[in-house]
Write a protein that binds this ligand. Structure first.
Ligand SMILES: [Zn+2]
Length: 350
């Protein structure tokens, strides 16, 4: 199945123009080029002799109230599209971001959306949040040299991708190298003191964070205690405010922080903590896991005790008896969104 990519960082428009050229001019493949910001001409900032050298005219207009899926479907039936390229994705509406997901999965056309994670470096973009929740891959295209500054990293994956095992492995290798680590976890979890992976790894957390706790307030102690690296388990359950506090610890104390957690809930909505991490972390890494059908799994599902898929309810459920699992996009669409994916390529309207 075709992928939906979200790419952020410096040099987005230049890469888009380059990719468009490779598809269309070099290989004669039909593509749709969209600029979500007012359908403007796409210009990279690369200037030679006072002229923008990489410029591309969109060949596809976004209109409010007109279904993007429907329009792409018609164009695809007409000419056969090989790729959809989108610039300034932070200006997409939520439903347009969803349409891009459906286009990649139902019409099997790869979609590459370039954009910023925030609007004007501050404001949340609901379109990009939806895009990041549904994207197969979130990629940073910044080609700048890695700096020596500490970073805030978000390692995300679906259920059963061995997040906790990877956290504990990272913890151990840091300790082996002579670093002093601090493991933080949110209070929400059942087994309060320990973080434990299913394969039996287990370690006591150093700090348990309640919803109202301010972790930045403890940074001075951690610094004096010569902590070199902070690891956060179940980071999706931290509040956006606590994620911002972690950001400040990285910036003010130059202390690296690695967060591990889920990206989205059982209905494919971002957890508030994960959303903030996706918006303001330095690096985003995906941990892979596999759906029972064999494809890569990006989505989480919840099943009740009778093995029925749960399709509504609270984001965080302490109910016993429910099971969580991970599934690929197509299985998720079929089981949770109740979309008949067998009719792919022939579906005119979702
Ligand atoms: Zn599957």
């Amino acid at each position: 199945m075709a992928k939906l990519y979200f790419r952020y960082g410096l040099g987005k428009s230049a890469q888009l123009c380059q990719v468009a050229y490779n598809y269309f001019e070099q290989r004669n493949m039909e593509i749709a080029v969209i600029n979500a910001k007012d359908n403007e001409t796409i210009r990279s900032r690369i200037v030679v002799d006072g002229k923008n050298v990489l410029v591309r005219e969109p060949n596809f207009d976004l209109k409010p109230g007109v279904s993007l899926y429907e329009k792409i479907y018609l164009r695809d039936s007409d000419v056969g599209l090989k790729c959809i390229l989108v610039d300034n994705a932070e200006y997409l509406k939520e439903e347009q971001a969803e349409d891009l997901f459906y286009i990649s999965k139902m019409l099997d056309i790869p979609v590459i959306a370039y954009g910023n994670r925030l609007i004007d470096e501050k404001k949340t973009s609901l379109g990009v949040c939806r895009l990041m929740a549904l994207a197969d891959d979130i990629e940073k295209i910044d080609m700048s040299m890695p700096s020596k500054r500490a970073t805030l990293d978000f390692n995300y994956g679906a259920m059963n991708c061995s997040k906790t095992a990877q956290l504990l492995t990272k913890d151990q290798s840091l300790i082996d190298e002579g670093f002093k680590t601090c493991i933080i976890k949110p209070k929400l979890d059942r087994d309060e003191l320990y973080i434990a992976s299913r394969i039996g790894l287990r370690k006591k957390a150093d700090i348990i964070l309640d919803l109202d706790d301010n972790i930045y307030g403890q940074a001075e102690y951690l610094y004096r205690d010569r902590i070199n690296h902070i690891l956060v388990d179940e980071a999706q359950f931290l509040t956006p405010r606590q994620i911002e506090q972690l950001r400040r610890i990285v910036n003010d104390y130059n202390m690296p922080i690695s967060c591990y957690g889920l990206k989205s809930d059982f209905l494919s909505n971002l957890f508030p903590g994960s959303q903030r991490l996706l918006e303001i972390s330095d690096n985003i890494y995906k941990m892979n896991t596999v759906c029972s059908c064999g494809c890569g799994a990006n989505f989480n599902v919840r099943k009740d005790r009778f093995d029925n898929y749960v399709t509504e309810g609270e984001q965080v459920c302490i109910d016993q008896g429910d099971n969580y699992d991970s599934e690929c996009a197509l299985c998720f669409m079929e089981h949770v969104m109740k979309i008949d994916t067998a009719s792919r390529k022939r579906v005119r309207k979702k």
